[in-house]
Design a protein around this ligand. Sequence first.
Ligand SMILES: Cc1cc2nc3c(=O)[nH]c(=O)nc-3n(C[C@H](O)[C@H](O)[C@H](O)COP(=O)(O)OP(=O)(O)OC[C@H]3O[C@@H](n4cnc5c(N)ncnc54)[C@H](O)[C@@H]3O)c2cc1C
Length: 368
Amino acid sequence: MPVHGCIIGGGLAGAMLAWRLASQTRWQLDLLTGGPDRTDATAASGGAVRCYERDPEQRRLAALSMVELRSSRTLRRWARFQPVESVYLRSDASGIDAEIAEIETLLPGSARRGSAEDLGALGWVGVPDGATAVLERVAGYTAPDALRAATLADRAVRRRVCVLAAPAQTITLAESGSVAVTIGGQRREYDLVVVAAGAWTPALLRSSRLPAGGYRTKSIQYGVYRTDGWRPSQFVDEITGLYGRPAGDDGLLLGLPTELWGVDPDRPPDAPALANTAAALAEARFPRLRLGRLLSTARAADCYPDDPILRIRSVVDTVHFLVTFTGGSGGSVKTVLAASKLAADQLAGAFRPIGQPSARSLTGGSTS
Ligand SMILES: Cc1cc2nc3c(=O)[nH]c(=O)nc-3n(C[C@H](O)[C@H](O)[C@H](O)COP(=O)(O)OP(=O)(O)OC[C@H]3O[C@@H](n4cnc5c(N)ncnc54)[C@H](O)[C@@H]3O)c2cc1C
């Protein structure tokens, strides 16, 4: 007997989870992609991928994701992967060798510690004493929107997933133990509901009178500049907060974190001064860089839970199978391959083959 599931949200998280579940035979899924006229995080994303992250779990998921991306020509094609080396400048060196060793175990020859000389050769100046860098050979950037579209067009998804371009209006817990979702005024009951609505997740839970604590939203923005000649490789500069990557033939994407928290994802605000600050910081850090005009800007909101990991979290109890799969925190393109695989395995383990929920088998408590 199939398990009837509903995934609310067709961003990269929801789409990849649907794709993972579609390869397991027991699911019959509805995927609700919401309204048509929204810029979600997946559509706005810079798509940068690398293994190195400060957070150990993010680093593990990012490295496992990179291993899968590297070994799958199909995923690289779907994601339009562009390889480019990555530099992550840290303000200190504490624990860095062990962190690099973790990446090296999964991707031998990719990561190493960069010296001041290495950074100088890569065009960096003004790096303070004590700072150190993680240099990664296997890194690059992707087109998350294209990866989502290719995933949803895959044969396994078309066979087992009913994609509905409609929003979930409310979620209710049925006495039978199933979870009901109202779609276009009609109530549908499911064995399992996954809320993968990114930055819309807390508002949907709140409007359904469900616990929504522990999730915050934040605005992310960047600009793409024309460059004249030399440009740096992909980088994160932890000292200034600046990050960037090549874009197209002669563009450079530059961004700085905003401090715009608690935003409405339908109207993510921008911080207009950040574009000029980012350009000035980039020209100071890379004296060979000649920035031309601002070609485009992008902004959207992402969901930031207390622990900044894209993973399954229970919303209520172990009787009702209502979970979230969100937590991008501005970085889940890097982790989504491994995170969606882990999530699908957890969900599969939570249901016995005959389709009966097995209580207490989902990990992660309510974030309320
Ligand atoms: C500007 C920007 C740049 C970024 N750059 C990078 C980067 O370089 N590298 C990196 O690793 N990460 C990056 N990220 C982070 C990454 O893109 C996000 O973490 C990821 O795309 C989040 O995917 P998601 O599916 O969780 O959310 P989203 O992509 O926001 O998708 C959520 C979906 O849920 C839908 N939805 C909402 N409410 C409902 C409802 N009631 N019913 C049905 N559907 C609903 C929405 O319409 C939306 O399609 C960036 C993010 C932003 C915003």
